[in-house]
Ligand binder design. Structure first.
Ligand code: FES
Ligand code: FES
Length: 165
């Protein structure tokens, strides 16, 4: 029986080795914050971190992951939505339908780990998640806020000004 290390707990999953990791996370472990969107690594709804790297779990097989690999899902980011990125998301009121937002947050956390002060361009290039509700502007605003740039709108203005100069 494959074993997965998810959010710091070892989980036994009763699946075939070629089962997409996403289904093991959702259906075997019951962590449904990670979503199924496209199933072909295009939309980012299924994003998780594996050993600190952003990964699209719909396109990984359970057999691609070792028991020692540390998988973190949206549920493992924090207790009570207290991660700075989650707090910024709430402050900016980013979600509309919400379906893509777990993946957006996982991508934002990954981006900020690598680039603590991203510009709009950096955000657009790094975050290729698709949002059918079109929350892209608020996503940018929340990433700036989580980066400590205070109000995201001001951060965007400063970014535009710096690109003009
Ligand atoms: S469901 Fe995995 S990228 Fe769309
Ligand atoms: S908030 Fe609806 S798909 Fe992104």
């Amino acid at each position: 029986m494959p074993k997965l290390n998810i959010n710091g707990r070892i989980r036994d999953v009763q699946v075939e080795p070629d089962t997409p990791l996403l289904w093991a996370i959702r259906e075997q472990v019951g962590l449904t914050g990670t979503k199924y969107g496209c199933g072909v690594a295009q939309c980012g709804a299924c994003s998780v971190h594996i050993n600190g790297e952003l990964q699209r779990s719909c396109s990984m097989r359970v057999s691609d992951v070792k028991p020692s690999d540390k998988i973190v899902t949206i549920e493992g980011l924090s207790r009570n939505s207290s991660h700075p990125v989650q707090k910024a998301w709430l402050a900016v009121d980013v979600p509309q339908c919400g379906y893509c937002q777990s993946g957006q947050i996982m991508a934002a956390v990954s981006l900020l780990k690598k680039n603590p002060k991203p510009t709009d361009k950096d955000i657009d290039e790094a975050m290729t998640n698709i949002c059918r509700c079109g929350t892209y502007q608020r996503v940018r605003e929340a990433v700036h806020m989580a980066a400590g740039n205070g109000n995201g709108t001001r951060a965007r203005s400063a970014d535009r000004a710096s690109r003009r100069s």
